[in-house]
Write a protein that binds this ligand. Structure first.
Ligand SMILES: Cc1cc2nc3c(=O)[nH]c(=O)nc-3n(C[C@H](O)[C@H](O)[C@H](O)COP(=O)(O)OP(=O)(O)OC[C@H]3O[C@@H](n4cnc5c(N)ncnc54)[C@H](O)[C@@H]3O)c2cc1C
Length: 440
């Protein structure tokens, strides 16, 4: 059985940046495991990078202050932007237009965040991952290798893995778990068996809006992925825009018994549309705190209603309280032909699958956004559902991101420590520093 100093679960940004920092601090014999050949998430898809401590980084969760976050962002930024095809898409310096947008947002009681942003596009995803892997020289990659279980024996951890239907075993002194959202439930269940505590985090439930890009260009020409945060009046809930893709496409993530909508953009080829998510953060307390089950119930309901595909509704139909249907979906007389859908979802009624409170919050926020960026509620605008972000597996940790079990550290989106590529990278670095401080 091969033995390593550090065993890392997942080759996403959290795992890769942890390994880069471990090597920088003189650690060798590092192993990274991934069931895929390339990481499943945003490193491969879209690659929009937000360099701002207010986006995708939870300071309380990471137990760092603004200064520490900014210093870490500066370090990872340097690595990200050295990739030749990474281009800056939002410029903050001397940008008076950003102030103007902020003022309009404020007049409507909306918070507006314009981060420094870079983008490399889905078509450069693999090259980008190869570039990061190329920064590592003392790390062994076990790709196409799925970790099935984690065991502890004689003060060491052991991974039981499967590759090409063969079982392989590896041991290590310390584990860093960064399984991403796709591996979150597997890690939650596996780590529970060796005593790792976890609890439920919030989820974000909403829709993906796709519109003729000319309506949103006035804002995205200034801020590529503008962040608007709405505090709704009726329920006092928080709704925000997220993951904007000017000239992009709507995409779908397949989870077997349900599908979720998402979006991306290519570097080279642009469409005539823009899409972005509008999501409502949901926390649950008593008597039911299982946000995983809540979110999956919604997703499964859409799966049922859409016959296995996501549902899409035109704003023109939504306003009239009507479902969208195949026969009128591209109706010229209703101006629906102004936005050609980039994903073949099932025309229907999104209000059948979303709780009323969430529909109320989303619609109120859309109407407010339409005051800030007029035209977004053109009848042709498309509302796809379900868009759900499962940040629901959460692990209590110390400031080094070590769990209650000694030698098991966590990082990234799948453990509640980040919400995006840059945040995941930063959490990986914090864990790497903790590992060296405590165990080497
Ligand atoms: C379609 C899409 C587009 C996105 N676009 C963006 C974007 O533009 N900008 C942005 O900031 N964020 C984006 N995101 C979010 C981004 O992907 C995540 O925030 C980020 O990847 C989290 O990093 P991570 O290292 O925590 O996990 P991940 O990147 O998800 O990596 C975890 C890895 O662990 C592996 N794994 C899990 N379980 C096991 C197991 N049992 N055995 C072996 N391997 C395992 C998975 O295969 C996966 O590759 C996007 C996500 C998606 C799905």
């Amino acid at each position: 059985m091969k033995d390593f100093n550090v065993l890392i679960i997942g080759s996403g940004p959290a795992g890769l940046f942890a390994a880069i920092w471990l090597e920088r601090m003189g650690i060798d014999r590092i192993a990274i495991f991934d069931r895929n050949q390339y990481p499943a998430g945003g490193l491969l898809n879209d690659g929009k990078l937000n360099f701002d401590y207010r986006v995708g980084i939870d300071l309380d969760e990471l137990q760092i202050d603004i200064e520490a976050a900014q210093s870490l962002i500066k370090e990872v930024r340097q690595i990200f932007i050295e990739f030749p095809r990474c281009q800056q898409v939002t410029f903050l310096e001397n940008n008076k237009e950003i102030d103007e947008w902020r003022n309009v947002a404020q007049e409507n009681n909306v918070q507006f965040i314009a981060p420094e942003q870079w983008h490399y596009g889905t078509d450069n995803g693999k090259k980008f991952v190869d570039y990061l892997r190329g920064l590592l020289s003392h790390t062994t990659f076990f790709l196409g290798t799925e970790i099935i279980s984690i065991e502890k024996e004689n003060g060491k951890y052991r991974f039981i893995c499967q590759k090409n239907r063969k079982t392989e075993k590896y041991s290590g002194k310390v584990v860093l778990a960064s399984p991403g959202r796709g591996g979150a439930y597997w890690f939650r269940d596996s780590s529970k068996k060796i005593g790792v505590d976890n609890n439920f985090g919030p989820i974000d439930v909403g829709v993906r809006i796709e519109l003729n890009r000319k309506f949103y260009d006035p804002i995205t020409d200034v801020v590529y992925d503008p962040k608007f945060i709405f505090q709704t009046r009726r329920h006092d809930d928080r709704v925000r825009t997220f993951c904007t893709n000017p000239g992009g496409r709507v995409r779908v993530e397949n989870y077997g018994n349900f599908k979720l909508v998402n979006g991306d953009a290519l570097f080279k080829h642009k469409t005539g549309n823009t899409n972005f998510a509008l999501i409502n953060t949901v926390f649950l307390t008593q008597p039911f705190s299982d946000t995983t089950e809540f979110g999956q119930m919604i997703a499964r309901q859409f799966f049922l209603l859409g016959g296995g595909r996501p549902i899409v509704q035109r704003v023109g139909d939504f306003r009239e309280g009507k479902r969208s249907s195949k026969s009128t979906f591209n109706s010229r007389s209703r101006h629906f032909d102004r936005c050609k859908a980039t994903y073949n979802a099932v025309p229907g009624d999104i209000t059948l699958g979303l709780p009323a409170r969430i529909v109320d919050n989303l619609w109120e926020s859309m109407k407010t956004l339409d005051k800030i960026v007029p035209g977004i509620l053109h009848p042709s605008t498309l509302l796809y559902a379900p868009e759900i972000k499962f940040f629901d597996t959460h692990f209590p940790t110390d400031q080094h991101l070590e769990t209650n079990i000694e030698g098991i550290f966590v990082a990234g989106d799948g453990t509640g420590k980040s919400r995006g590529i840059v945040g995941a990278a930063i959490s990986g670095i914090i864990a790497a520093k903790g590992i060296v401080e405590k165990y080497f």
